[in-house]
Design a protein around this ligand. Sequence first.
Ligand SMILES: [Zn+2]
Length: 154
Amino acid sequence: MSNDHKAQALVDRCPYMFEQPQMLNLYAGWLDPLETLCACIHARLHGSAMSFQFLQIKEKFGTCRIYFHLGLPRSEPEAEARLRELAILREAVESDIETAQTACGSRCMVCGRDSTTRVHGAALATLFERHGLSERLRDPWSLAKLPITNGAQP
Ligand SMILES: [Zn+2]
């Protein structure tokens, strides 16, 4: 399966997480940790009826930043037990996200090889050394970004 297909398959498995696809930068090198993250969050949410979605996934200074919304379903009253359940869930999801951000931050955003963050043009990027020197990779952000659409969207 190509990376494009893998990214779209990830969205299709958990479309509720990807309701704002235009805000979510899925870079090819991040696919494995993001797949793990989604599977993990999906399993944690199971049976809880909590609402979860990614608000933003982006690269900044060579690191990965993931922002999300987690809450009770909109129509549900804020019962104390449920809020407690939500707080525990939030802590677990934050830890999953931390793990994914750390993993993404040490991988080449293009190919996923173990890499360090370095100066790339006017910015910082986490790129495999040979990629960092390649002319073709002058804009690794565009090159590595996988197109996704959300079929659940109008
Ligand atoms: Zn690479």
